[in-house]
Design a protein around this ligand. Structure first.
Ligand code: IFM
Length: 461
């Protein structure tokens, strides 16, 4: 008998992992045959990124990956999610494959495997080749979807012997809706402003199509059985309390929250949400015949990135619900949007099952973590108890999902180490490992030891 009912014990086969992305950690932007991505151009443009930071050096992971993999082994993770840079593999976006780029990822993956760490590769985490931005405006063009699929084919046919866990695209709303929309704060590459909402939805439709074509390309190119996922940061509606009336309101509000109705719905059900299409009216994207079948590919797992959520309550209005804004003193970590709402993790998983209607689809938390105002103390330590509190509460929510029978397979903490946090540059730190950027010294934080203990004992400590 379990004498500690609240010990938050996970099953032996729960996957404990950590995540990063190419442009945020690799650096070496002019090495190994790589050519610029939209993020090189964007971050080099004055005023785009805080303090003028760029990913030119980042964590220098391109050179220091052996040390970073050693730290992963020390942490005890058995799963590592990273991304492959399109600009390293196909520097011009299309055509010639750059063998030096392929070789870098082979070295990294072989190193991971030698420590018994399973690689999970994201094929696109925002750093698309600048050449395609110049050629046809990247995601504004339908051609981008087909070029992405060719790139995927090139990667999987070369690395599919050692990587069997693939994630097509990370967070479509960010590089489309945030990349093109008017008044986007903070700005996001490519940072080109379009004049109509329809053009923004068209860009995300192209990204969905790329995902579908990418899944087909992975399955065609992999010579061994593999797992394929889409990663999305859909918006989570959280009931103000769990009485039936507010739970119903949270479900009803879900398709209209963020871009849910136009991204997670078509990807997982094969149709844009009718509620969203009605709201969008003339702003809805043009959908060609057959697109939705391509987009709605069978997946092996769904990657859910979760950081916060939106409270909803039932309301006596036409919709039957209302979204609630956060009160001024609501607890928040070190990003303007990082309101602490750990129930989002549980509710996101439950919505996938009950609201999107996919209880059959296994889920991975592909990102969860927080930025904190980390400081190295006089003893040379970083005591990030705020991060530990945030993570602990989210893992408890993950445990609730598992214990209620939802199909959660594992958890990837964002992030293994501090890195280039896009428009916020290096000022915002999400890592378990502190990076002293001037020296590139790695300092495991208190949260590193805490997570290590969770992994070792397979429970939330
Ligand atoms: O750093 C990002 C990551 O690239 C995508 N998901 C959110 C993280 C924190 O903002």
């Amino acid at each position: 008998m379990n004498s500690r009912p609240n010990s938050y014990q996970f099953s032996e086969n729960f996957w404990w992992g950590a995540a990063t992305a190419s442009y945020q950690i690799e650096g070496a932007v002019n090495e190994g045959g790589r050519k610029p991505s939209v993020w090189d151009t964007f971050s080099a443009t004055p005023g785009r990124v805080l303090n003028g930071d760029t990913g030119a050096i980042a964590c220098d992971h391109y050179h220091r990956y052996p040390q970073d993999v050693q730290l992963m082994a020390q942490l005890g993770i058995k799963h590592y999610r990273f991304s492959i840079s399109w600009s390293r593999i196909m520097p011009d976006g299309v055509g010639q494959v750059n063998q030096q780029g392929v070789d870098f990822y082979k070295r990294l993956v072989d190193n991971l495997l030698s420590y018994g760490i399973t690689p999970h590769a994201t094929l696109f985490h925002w750093d698309s080749p600048q050449a395609l931005e110049e050629l046809y405006g990247s995601w504004q063009s339908r051609q981008m979807s087909f070029d992405y699929a060719d790139y995927v084919m090139a990667v999987v046919s070369r690395l599919g012997d050692r990587i069997t866990n693939w994630m097509t695209i990370n967070e479509i709303p960010c590089f489309t809706h945030m990349g093109y929309a008017l008044n986007q704060e903070p700005p996001h590459a490519p940072g080109k402003r379009v004049s109509l909402a329809k053009q923004v939805w068209q860009a995300s439709h192209h990204a969905l199509l790329a995902h579908g074509l990418g899944v087909q390309a992975i399955r065609a190119a992999s010579t061994v059985p593999c797992s394929v996922a889409l990663v999305d940061n859909f918006a989570v509606t959280v009931p103000i309390n769990e009485s039936p009336v507010h739970v119903a309101a949270a479900k009803q509000a879900f398709p209209s929250c963020g871009q849910n109705g136009g991204i997670v719905f078509p990807a997982l059900t094969g149709a844009y949400s009718p509620v969203l299409l009605e709201q969008l009216a003339a702003d809805a994207p043009d959908i060609q015949e057959g697109d939705l079948q391509v987009i709605h590919q069978p997946l092996d797992v769904f990657g859910f990135n979760v950081y916060s959520g939106t409270y909803v309550r039932a309301a006596d209005n036409q919709l039957g619900y209302e979204f609630l804004s956060f009160p001024p003193g609501y607890p928040r970590l070190h990003m303007p949007w990082l309101n602490i709402l750990p129930d989002s993790l549980y509710w996101g998983i439950r919505h996938l099952s009950e609201t999107v209607g996919r209880p059959d689809l296994p889920v991975l938390i592909s990102e969860n973590g927080c930025a904190a105002q980390d400081r190295v103390n006089a003893q040379g330590e970083v005591i990030d108890t705020d991060r530990i509190m945030y993570l602990r509460e989210h893992l408890r929510a993950a445990h609730r999902a598992v214990s209620e029978g939802y199909p959660l397979k594992g958890y990837f903490l964002w992030s293994l180490m501090d890195n280039f946090e896009w428009a916020c540059g290096y000022e915002r730190r999400f890592g378990l490992i502190y990076i002293d950027y001037p020296t590139q010294r790695r300092i495991p934080k208190a949260s590193f030891d805490w997570y290590k203990e969770c992994i070792k004992s397979n429970r939330v400590v």
